[in-house]
Design a protein around this ligand. Structure first.
Ligand code: PAP
Length: 325
């Protein structure tokens, strides 16, 4: 972190810094129009709303990873909720057995069980191992995540479906007016990188490269692969975490039980996920929609899809990485 970034981080997080002073600090960062908030700010190469940026800086300063921690990472709308439920269920499969009557996922939304480190509530986790999630890009992760032996699981989704999911999420939540934003404008912002935690492609590519260079630290999985072969993916995640399923468990239906419990069909019907709210007031039902691969076709015009495809092509020049289409 540069010296000016350190000062910025210190001041933005400190409560004694007045709002005026925080506004001044924000104004020293590159700014673009936003969709969640009026403006997005660029920090360490990625874009944030003021609140998200505050959370990133706070976690950089205060989050202390333990070697046994599990950190789930994704670009927004790339399978976070699903991954949280699957990893929670597989890690605690001895404590909470399936078939189930009293599993925590039946009356808690996955975001409640696995908190975001940038949402300030990481001290509330008292389970072991602790499971956290984040959308923070690789280069901006708190140092202790990089330095400790904690494990990182990254879930990636194709950019068009993730974009469309974000669009519907914003519409279904508080942003029906979308700060006067059209889909064309939002695609254009997404493609120039200025969407929350964007550029989307850089985010995914950095973690993918890290998973290749350091496969014991970072496990990279595709949302689309999980849709196609959930058993295989969950088994690979479990192995990576050092918690492989035994043959006996598989015969006994433990793996199948976890996949059924965490399926979109099951989770989206639960009362906690139809009428519940998160502590920040967000309606939990907004996290469950169609979960399709290629569902973008219902929302994006061919022209807008092409705009995203062009950017994808450009970003992947020189890399062997490929998104699912
Ligand atoms: P977040 O980044 O705000 O946490 P995230 O969970 O990553 O959101 O993405 C939501 C998407 O995952 C939604 O996709 P869609 O809009 O294309 O439908 C949602 O439907 C999908 N999703 C949520 N839970 C599951 C699940 N259990 N299985 C499969 N997909 C899911």
């Amino acid at each position: 972190m540069s010296k000016s970034e350190t000062t910025l981080s210190k001041l933005l997080v400190e409560s004694k810094c007045s709002q005026e002073c925080k506004d001044d600090l924000l104004s020293s960062l590159p700014r673009d129009r936003g969709f969640f908030a009026e403006h997005l700010y660029q920090y360490q190469g990625f874009w944030y709303t003021p609140n998200l940026l505050k959370g990133v800086l706070y976690s950089q300063k205060h989050f202390q990873a333990k070697d046994s921690d599990i950190i789930l990472v994704s670009n927004p709308k790339s399978g976070t909720t699903w991954l949280k439920s699957l990893v929670f269920a597989l890690v605690y499969r001895q404590e909470f057995k399936t078939p189930l009557e009293s599993h925590p996922l039946l009356d808690n939304n996955p975001h409640t069980l696995v908190p975001f480190i940038e949402a300030f509530d990481f001290n509330a986790q008292d389970t072991s191992p602790r499971i956290f999630s984040t959308h923070i890009p690789l280069g901006s992760l708190p140092e202790s995540i990089k330095e400790s032996s904690c494990k990182v699981v990254y879930c990636c989704r194709n950019p068009k479906d993730a974009f469309v999911s974000l669009w519907h999420f914003m519409k279904s939540l508080f942003l029906k007016d979308m700060v006067g934003c059209t889909m064309e404008e939002m695609v254009s912002g997404f493609c120039r990188g200025s969407s929350v935690y964007g550029p989307f492609w850089d985010h995914a590519l950095e973690y993918w490269k890290e998973s290749q260079a350091n496969p014991k630290k970072v496990f990279f999985v595709m949302y689309e692969e999980m849709r196609e072969k959930p058993e295989e993916c969950v088994m690979r995640i479990a192995e990576f975490l050092g918690l492989p399923f035994t043959e006996r468990e598989i015969e006994d239906g433990v793996l199948d039980g976890i996949i059924k419990l965490c399926s979109l069909e099951n989770l989206s019907k639960l009362e906690v996920n139809t009428t519940g709210k998160l502590v920040n007031g967000m309606e939990t039902k907004a996290f469950f929609r169609k979960g399709e691969t290629g569902g973008w076709r219902d929302t994006l015009t061919p022209l807008l899809a092409e705009e995203i495809d062009k950017m994808t092509e450009e970003k992947l020049i020189g890399s062997s990485f490929r998104f699912f289409c």
